[in-house]
Structures are given as C-alpha cells and as structure tokens.
Design a protein around this ligand. Structure first.
Ligand code: NDP
Length: 315
C-alpha cells in the first residue's frame, strides 16, 4: 500500500498552509482536496480582511494561489475525498472515495472545515452569492446602507447582526423561538442597537427577487394554530444557524466537543489520538477566519514535524 509521512485531509486555508509547511520540511505531504477544492472561501465573493491583500482578493483566486504555493514545494495535491480512516494504530489507513484507493500515513492533519447550516429552502440555493450568505464578515460590506436579515438567535446570529448594523441601514433578526439563545451580553448588544429589529416566533418560508434577493416571505406564529404570513423587503439574507464541522468520516475516533468540533490539546494542534492533528474550522468553534485557519495549519505541520522526529528517535 502507498505510504506517506504526512496525510493532509482538506483543502481550505488550513490544509494548504499545512501543505506549504510540511513540504518545505521535506515531509512530502499528500493532500486530498475533498468535495469542494479550496473549501468555503471559494464560494464567498471577495476577501478583504486577509493581510497582504490591500485591494482584496477573490476567494477562489486566493485559494488557487495557496494551492500553487504548496505545489511549488512539492506537495502532492489530489482530487478525492477521504471517506473513512482507521486511527486505531499507526500507520493510519485512509480510504479514498469509498474504496477507490487507500493510503497509509505516519501522521495525519485533519483540516476538513465546517459547513454552514442552511434552512434547506430552494430559494437559498437559487440566490446563493446573489443576496444569500452565511458569513457577515465576508460579505457584509456589500450591504452598506441596505436592509438585511439574519436568521438565528444564537451568539453567532447576534454577532453577525451587530456587525451588520454598522454597515446596513437596518437589520432584521429572524428568530424561530420567543427568545434569543445567545449569551446575555450579546442579547443586550442586540437590544441596545436601534437599527436591529428582532422578529420572534418567525420562520422564513421563501425568498423573492428578480436578479438578487429583494425580500423574504415569513410566517409568524401567534400561538397554535394561529399564524400570520408577511413579507419584508431586504437586500441580503444571512444564515447564522450554526456550523457543522465535517467529521463524519472519523466515525467517532477523535474526541469532539459538545458541538461536534475536534478537541485539540495543549498549545498545539494535537488531538486525542497521538499522531493525528486538527486545524482550521473543524477544530475551531470560536474564530472561523481564513487567517486563523491558516495559522492553525502552520502549527499542525510544525507539530507533525516534531512528532515524526520524536517517534523516529524512539520516543
Ligand atoms: P447555536 O447553535 O448556538 O445557535 C443557533 C441558532 O440558530 C439558534 O438560535 C437556533 O434556534 C437557530 N436555528 C437552528 N436551526 C434553525 C432553523 N432550522 N431555523 C431557524 N433557526 C434555527 O449556534 P451559533 O453558531 O450561534 O453558536 C455556536 C457556538 O459558538 C455556541 O456555543 C456559541 O455560544 C459559540 N459562539 C460564541 C461566540 C462568542 O462568545 N462571542 C460567538 C459565536 C459563537 P433555537 O434557539 O430555536 O434552537
């Protein structure tokens, strides 16, 4: 069976950065890109907050540049998705595309990211990138002076609504229950912001618009079975109903926190299994930024280098 010293799973900023560092350290990493090469950033419009791009950069283009940088040092980037992995003993054995191939690895970096949750409405797909977004810090700037809605009542939704309230003229929060789940301090911030209006007991039924989003069809529950249908005019529709870390293929072999994120130990990126490291959104419930993911990818590759050195010394 093919063997690699360092297997990197995932191709967002964490995976590619890990590949840059691992290949420069002569670890000849093999990276599987997964279903969406480049990850979440390739579906955002423009990235304006990644240091080093004073004029902003297209998300797809930035990931392509990271990929090329990793390739320059010899990282072996491959199409394909790791669909399962055996972490019970080293070398670990990963299965690609449900059995199309297998590869053994001395060390593994899991950088599979997290996927934003969507409501599951057809209109979300129809208007994705044309008014529908799951990232206010990525796309909020395009809604300066406009009216937007944020779906969700957790900390993320409150944070996104607060962020957007500094850009947009008005922010609706669409909250399905009659209370916010967010922490008290975040709730206070929302309630103290005059241009945020919270619509409680409200769900989204659909979106409408010709080119992009122009409004949302909503339903408000006024006590069963009473309900009221109404529309709001909006230019942007932001989902903030949580993220789902992409960990299914691990099949419970790594310790996860209560929200499903991989738990890392100590100052580095080590996980509950020796020789397995995690980087980026799959292990980050707090920041979820391209720059933090890249930083974790760098740390994970350095951790792998030290781990392999220590294990070859017999430690
Ligand atoms: P949460 O799971 O905390 O909140 C999700 C919100 O989305 C809830 O209000 C939930 O409603 C709502 N929701 C879920 N599914 C649907 C649906 N189908 N339709 C409508 N609404 C829906 O996720 P967050 O991303 O907000 O937070 C994740 C974790 O990260 C939390 O632990 C949070 O505290 C933490 N975090 C902390 C921050 C901070 O401290 N600054 C910032 C951001 C996140 P309901 O309440 O009805 O279930």
């Amino acid at each position: 069976m093919e063997t690699t010293k360092c297997l990197i799973i995932g191709s967002g900023p964490a995976g590619y950065t890990a590949a840059i560092y691992a290949s420069r350290a002569n670890l000849s990493p093999v990276l599987y890109e997964g279903e969406q090469p480049g990850g979440q950033l390739t579906i955002t419009t423009e990235i304006e907050n990644f240091p080093g791009y004073p004029d902003g950069v297209d998300g797809y283009e930035m990931m392509e540049q990271l990929r090329r940088q990793a390739a320059r040092f010899g990282a072996d980037m491959r199409q394909g998705k790791v669909t399962s992995i055996d972490l019970s003993h080293r070398p670990f054995v990963a299965t690609i595309d449900d059995g199309a191939s297998t590869i053994a690895a001395e060390a593994v970096i899991v950088a599979t990211g997290a996927s934003a949750r969507y409501l599951g409405l057809e209109d979300e797909t129809k208007f994705r990138g044309r008014g529908v977004s799951a990232c206010a810090t990525c796309d909020g700037f395009f809604y300066r002076g406009k009216v937007v809605a944020v779906v969700g009542g957790g900390d993320t939704a409150c944070e996104e609504a607060s962020y957007l309230s500094n850009l947009a003229s008005k922010v609706y929060m669409i909250v399905r229950k009659d209370y916010l789940r967010a922490s008290k301090v975040m709730q206070k911030r929302v309630f103290d912001t005059p241009n945020i209006e919270v619509l409680f007991n409200t769900n989204t039924v659909g979106l409408f618009g010709s080119q992009g989003v122009e409004g949302a069809h909503l339903v408000r529950y006024k006590g069963t079975p009473q309900e009221e249908m109404f529309d709001i005019a909006i230019d942007g529709f932001f989902l903030a109903i949580g993220h789902k870390p992409n960990t299914e293929f691990l099949d419970g072999q790594l310790e996860l926190d209560g929200s499903g994120y991989i738990v890392t130990k100590g100052v580095g990126q080590a996980t509950s299994v020796e020789g397995v490291f995690a980087a980026g959104d799959v292990a980050d419930p707090h920041y979820r930024q391209a720059i933090t993911a890249a930083g974790m990818g760098c740390k994970a590759a350095l951790d792998v280098e030290r781990f392999l050195l220590a294990s070859s010394d017999g430690h």
